[in-house]
Design a protein around this ligand. Structure first.
Ligand SMILES: [Zn+2]
Ligand SMILES: [Zn+2]
Length: 125
């Protein structure tokens, strides 16, 4: 598979038992499906997969007309529902998602904070 943003090779990275994603060997963008993303949000330290430089990710975040690496159609640019500053590409056909370097860590960090807040609230009851 080729990276939809910089056309470099993507490699398969596994984490835990359920997580298998494609990661670009050049820009370290991440490609995954929604069910895998859910697992990544749950899995402790899975943000280790997102080891690219966020400043490089920001540069690639500006790339327009990104093609799905599986279906070769133009992907939609969508903002995360909770964290609207995070924009990622989503394929309208296969639902694959592409995150630039640093974007998944950003997404995950908020999820962790939410969980901690819930924990603290729970204890105070
Ligand atoms: Zn790339
Ligand atoms: Zn697709």
């Amino acid at each position: 598979m080729e990276c939809p943003k910089c056309s470099s090779a993507m490699e398969t990275r596994n984490y835990g038992r359920k997580i298998s994603i494609q990661r670009c060997t050049n820009c370290f963008g991440l490609w995954c499906k929604p069910d895998v993303l859910l697992e990544m949000k749950k899995e402790w330290m899975s943000e280790a997969l997102d080891r690219g430089d966020p400043s490089v990710g920001k540069k690639y975040d500006k790339v327009e007309d990104v093609q799905c690496p599986e279906c070769h159609i133009t992907m939609d640019k969508v903002a995360d529902k909770k964290q609207t500053h995070i924009w990622y590409e989503s394929c309208p056909n296969c639902e694959g998602m592409f995150f630039d370097a640093g974007e998944f860590s950003d997404l995950k960090y908020d999820t962790l904070l939410d969980r901690l807040r819930d924990l603290i609230k729970g204890r105070r009851k």
